[in-house]
Design a protein around this ligand. Structure first.
Ligand SMILES: Cc1cc2nc3c(=O)[nH]c(=O)nc-3n(C[C@H](O)[C@H](O)[C@H](O)COP(=O)(O)OP(=O)(O)OC[C@H]3O[C@@H](n4cnc5c(N)ncnc54)[C@H](O)[C@@H]3O)c2cc1C
Length: 468
């Protein structure tokens, strides 16, 4: 039996471990703890779905960690997590495209920086970089704007589907017995008599161990537990999504040469066949400021014009913004508080998707260090996720599947070619969507150029029917 709740009173019996926050990091930790079937584990999330925070709005790159700060915890976890997630994606059907990245130098100073970046990559144990001259660069990227002087090729960088990743972790965890409680915002956390008491509008959850994976709000939860280790400053990244017609314009992830201000604006293909332009980097006070601004989009278009002029002529299907959990520190803030039986997973900035599996392993080790008896280990049943990627055939393109189940041959969303069979499967899945946006993240329905103008009503009807 699987347990996913969205309403009603929460269980009163104390859990062994409660994880607060069902982003990609919290879900990865839940999945990792599901390797220990004797542990009673719950994942508690404020919103109505997994992956609704920063995890749904990033640039979806599976980084190699070539440009991390050598020796940092982030560098180590990105390096290991990257390899682990690539293997997990292959096993679980999460779309990944190993397109490689090019760090393009637009002036002499940037060109001079490329060998130093190659050396930094080597210090991060990544040895496959190569400096390319302009002829080689333009042969690889014929639509690149004029004036580029060279590039550093990083062949190991890939693009991945962030929504399927989070959902795969959560699905596997729930099927292995982890309780997922959605719509359960933790308003207050207290610890007495060796037990954590987490107050939510649906009652109090109790746990012997607590993992704080609350993303942008990890500092608030931490302070309630008496710690003052870091402050999260949301760093907004706005992005523009171009229609699939633009996909032929770009073959690699095109990165700028990084500066002290961050990684800068990139142009990148997505596994869904789109092209992304962004993100901005704006430090804000408001942890809910995920709106796009005219000024931000204007600046992105100006920068995009230099990188890939023809992209500006292509249609935009969507704009979105995500908030990175930046702190005053240069590294992740993952800290165990053994006396209190809790682990804080804070400051998971621009690389948390890539590092998620390695963070989960690290946190499990820290939990064991607090005296938690993990019990025997048995890997959870593998999951096989519906593939949303453009590089493998969609269900309606597979005669075998359509013959066995004609629902896969009936298209509902024509822009993204999503069949009624896929929508039916998503609505009946282990963690079903609670709205049309959740359905989009599971199937791509309404993500195309018409943004649901044609299929919206039919989708709503299927959605309402499944809820009856
Ligand atoms: C613009 C942008 C680009 C990025 N690009 C990349 C990239 O290319 N590659 C990469 O690897 N990473 C990238 N990242 C970083 C990556 O997205 C994050 O590191 C990762 O999503 C963080 O996951 P999380 O689980 O820590 O946080 P979140 O996804 O924010 O999850 C935290 C969850 O906690 C919940 N929560 C908070 N408070 C409470 C509470 N009190 N009670 C209950 N629940 C609570 C929230 O609702 C949320 O669902 C990017 C980020 C941004 C913003």
């Amino acid at each position: 039996m699987t347990t996913v709740t969205v309403s009603g009173a929460l269980p009163e019996d104390p859990y062994d471990v409660v994880i607060v926050g069902a982003g990609v990091v919290g879900c990865a930790i839940a999945r990792r703890l599901a390797h220990h079937p004797e542990l009673r584990v719950a994942l508690v999330e404020a919103r109505d779905d997994v992956g609704q925070g920063t995890s749904k709005a990033n640039t979806a790159i599976l980084h190699t960690g070539f440009d991390a700060v050598p020796g940092s915890l982030e560098a180590r976890l990105v390096r290991t997590g990257s390899r682990e997630l690539a293997a997990y994606a292959a096993e679980s059907g999460i779309p990944v495209e190993p397109v490689g990245a090019l760090l393009v130098a637009w002036d002499e100073e940037q060109l001079a920086a490329l060998p130093r970046l190659a050396e930094k990559a080597a210090r991060n144990e990544y040895h496959d970089t190569r400096v390319l001259g302009p002829a080689d660069l333009y042969a690889r990227e014929p639509h690149l704007g004029p004036g580029a002087l060279g590039a550093l090729h990083v062949p190991g960088e890939s693009v991945i589907c962030p929504w399927t990743t989070t959902l795969a972790y959560a699905t596997q965890a729930v099927r292995a017995g982890v309780h997922l409680h959605l719509e359960a915002p933790v308003a207050h956390a207290g610890h007495h008599d060796g037990v954590h008491h987490l107050t939510t509008p649906r009652g109090t959850v109790r746990a012997r161990r607590l993992v704080n994976a609350a993303g942008l709000h990890a500092d608030t939860l931490d302070r309630q537990l008496g710690h003052d280790d870091f402050t999260v400053t949301p760093r907004r990244g706005q992005l523009i999504v171009h229609d699939t017609f633009a996909r032929a314009l770009v073959r690699h992830i095109l990165l700028p040469v990084p500066t002290a201000l961050g990684k800068g604006v990139l142009v990148a293909p997505t596994v869904h066949g789109n092209v992304l332009l962004g993100p901005t980097a704006e430090d804000l006070d408001d942890k809910g400021a995920t709106e796009s601004t005219a000024e931000g989009l204007h600046r992105l278009r100006e920068q995009g014009r230099r990188i890939l002029p023809a992209l500006l002529e292509e249609e935009v299907t969507a704009v979105y913004a995500g908030l990175r959990a930046a702190t005053e520190h240069d590294d992740y803030r993952i800290t165990a508080h053994p006396g209190q039986g809790c682990v804080t997973v804070g400051g998971i900035r621009s690389t948390g998707l890539t590092a998620s599996l390695a963070i989960a392993e690290h946190v499990t080790g820290l939990l064991a260090g607090t005296g938690l008896d993990l019990g025997p280990q048995r890997p959870p049943e593998p999951v096989r996720m519906p593939s949303l990627g453009e590089t493998c055939p969609r269900p309606h393109q597979r005669p075998d599947l359509v013959a066995a189940d004609p629902e896969y041959g009936v298209l509902v969303c024509h822009c993204e070619r999503v069949s009624r069979g896929e929508i039916r499967d998503a609505l009946a899945s282990t963690i079903p969507p609670r709205g049309l946006d959740g359905l989009r993240r599971r199937t791509r329905a309404r993500a195309g150029r018409c943004q649901g103008f044609h299929c919206g009503a039919a989708l709503r009807e299927l959605f309402e029917e499944a809820r009856r």
